[in-house]
Each structure stands twice: as C-alpha cells, then as structure tokens.
Design a protein around this ligand. Structure first.
Ligand SMILES: NC(=O)c1ccc[n+]([C@@H]2O[C@H](COP(=O)([O-])OP(=O)(O)OC[C@H]3O[C@@H](n4cnc5c(N)ncnc54)[C@H](O)[C@@H]3O)[C@@H](O)[C@H]2O)c1
Length: 274
C-alpha cells in the first residue's frame, strides 16, 4: 500500500449520514462508498433511505437505509441499535440533514419585522438541534471507543452575512461554533481519537435554493448573478466537489485536524467582492 493509500484509507469504515438521501449527502455518499466505506443512510422516510442505499449497492458499494428523524431522540436511538446490530460500531457521523424555510427568510419586499418566529424556531431546530442530537446519540458510541470522526455542514451563510436568510444564517453560525466547541470538548475529555470538523459549502444548486438562484430557463436570477460575481471561480459548485474534502477530514490524513470549518466555495469566502 502506498503512503497516500495508507493515510487516506477509509476502506471498511462505517459512516452514518443523516439526511443521507439529500442532494449534497448523495454526492458525498457516492464518494465515500467508492472509497470502500460502509454507509448508513439515515433519512426521514424509510423508502427514500432504502432506495438511496440500493443505488449505492447497485454501483458496487455497501449501504443500508434507515428511517429516523434528527429531532426525535427515540428514533435516533432505534437507528443506533440497528447500526450496532449490523456493523458493531460507528466510525464516522456526517450531520447532513438541514434546510431552510420561507418564514425565516426576509423576502425582497420585507424587513426584519416580517420575520415569523415559528419558522425561525423550526429552522434553528432542524439545522442546529438536528446536528446536536444525532451527535449525542451516535457520538457516544465513538466517545466510548475513543475513536471516530464527526463532520458537520455549515455554510457561507454562517458569516460574513448573506442578506435575507436570517434564520438559516443564525443556525449555521451555531453549527460553526458547535464544531469548534465540540472539537475542544472531545479532545480534552475523550482524547485525540475523536475529531470534529465541518465543511462550509459555497453555492451548490439544490432543491432548496434552485428557484432563488436560477430562472426556469436556466439563466441566473439577480441573486444568482450576485453570487457568481462574488465567486472568483465564476460558477456554482458541483456536489461531487465536496467528497474529496470530506474524505480528507474523515481520514487519518487529517488526524491532527479538529475544529476546522473548511470552505468549499470557489473562493467566495476569500473575496471581498471588490
Ligand atoms: N445546497 C447548498 O448549496 C448548500 C450550501 C451550504 C450548506 N448546505 C447544507 O448542506 C446540507 C444538505 O443540503 P442539501 O442542499 O443537500 O439539502 P437537501 O434538502 O437535498 O437534503 C436534506 C436531507 O435532509 C433530510 N431531512 C430533513 N429533515 C430531516 C429530519 N428532521 N430528520 C432526518 N432527515 C431530515 C431531507 O429528507 C433531505 O433528504 C444542509 O445542512 C444544508 O443546509 C447546502
């Protein structure tokens, strides 16, 4: 085995992905399956999770699909039992479930005073609590073994500020902070074998932001044009461009790396826009 193969070795690792049937998680999962990981695809609906696992198997990878709600401890605990019964352990957790909703976003003709507090609560719950709770349930398995890797998904919205997406931004700022906080906690109390990092994807066209960034004919909306202008590479990301960074952060190649939030953004966060 070459040095590179040795330090990036992911073969046989059990990786659980919440929101595993989502757009970005699908691309990340394909990369990890090709690298030899055993994937546990966890999503709200069993059928979607199982279909996704089947797609991975059809390409020669190994995966199982389970239903669980990242906001319900009981359903996460049931999923944990199923994973332990099947694989006997968990090597990595990717908190991939997340999203936004209209009332927590300030539309072009609105102001902060139009914010819907119920929607804000839901967005904070899904993105923040929806990563903390699975980390408590599945992270415990790793902490007990003093070995494992946790990966959160932050966003460019975590800061500097992106207009309109108030609730989503606050929840993702929470995720970046939680990543640093938990990295510290885990290293100090459970040892260096448990690492916690995040990726911060730039702009990737997904179901949730397609209409915000592109028109029906595929051209960019004014908002889409603003994003492209501030992205030195001048384009949106392709979902499969996330998997290399994820493989690095999960592997021993990053064994002294914890608490980082890695932008994958074509330069968006590096550029002032001027
Ligand atoms: N698409 C982008 O440009 C982008 C950029 C930065 C960050 N992100 C973040 O990446 C993550 C994935 O985004 P995406 O665009 O692939 O979204 P997506 O909507 O395609 O995937 C999200 C998945 O999470 C699942 N899910 C939702 N609520 C759940 C719950 N309560 N329990 C379990 N599963 C649940 C959904 O069923 C879905 O399969 C999110 O955290 C998102 O905020 C996306």
């Amino acid at each position: 085995m070459s040095y590179i193969e040795q330090i990036f070795k992911l073969q046989g690792k059990v990786v659980l992905i919440t929101g595993g049937a989502g757009v970005l998680a699908t691309a990340i999962g394909d990369g990890l399956a090709a690298a030899g990981c055993k994937l546990v695809i966890l999503d709200l609906e069993l059928e979607r999770a199982e279909n996704r696992a089947q797609e991975i198997s059809n390409k020669g990878g190994e995966a199982i699909g389970l239903a669980a709600n990242v906001l319900e401890e009981d359903s996460l605990e049931k999923a944990r039992e199923a994973v332990l019964a099947k694989y006997g352990g968990i090597d990595a957790l990717i908190n991939g479930a997340g999203g936004n909703m209209p009332g927590a976003t300030i539309g072009p003709d609105q102001t902060f005073f139009d914010l819907k507090i119920d929607a804000l609560r839901k967005v904070m719950d899904l993105n923040f609590i929806g990563s903390v709770l699975p980390t408590m349930v599945f992270g415990k398995v790793m902490a007990d073994k003093k070995s494992g890797s946790i990966l959160n998904i932050s966003s460019m919205a975590a800061g500097p500020v992106i207009t309109r997406v108030m609730g989503y931004s606050a929840s993702k700022a929470g995720i970046s902070n939680f990543t640093q906080w938990l990295a510290t906690e885990m290293a100090q109390k459970f040892g260096e074998g448990i690492r916690v990092n995040a990726i911060a994807p730039g702009f990737f066209i997904g179901e949730q932001n397609r209409r915000l960034l592109t028109n029906e004919d595929g051209s960019f909306t004014p908002r889409g044009q603003d994003v492209i202008r501030k992205t030195p590479m001048g384009r949106f990301g392709e979902a499969d461009e996330l998997s290399g960074a994820v493989m690095y952060l999960l592997s021993d190649a990053a064994k002294f790396v914890t608490g980082v939030v890695l932008p994958i953004d074509g330069g968006f966060s590096a550029f002032s826009g001027v």
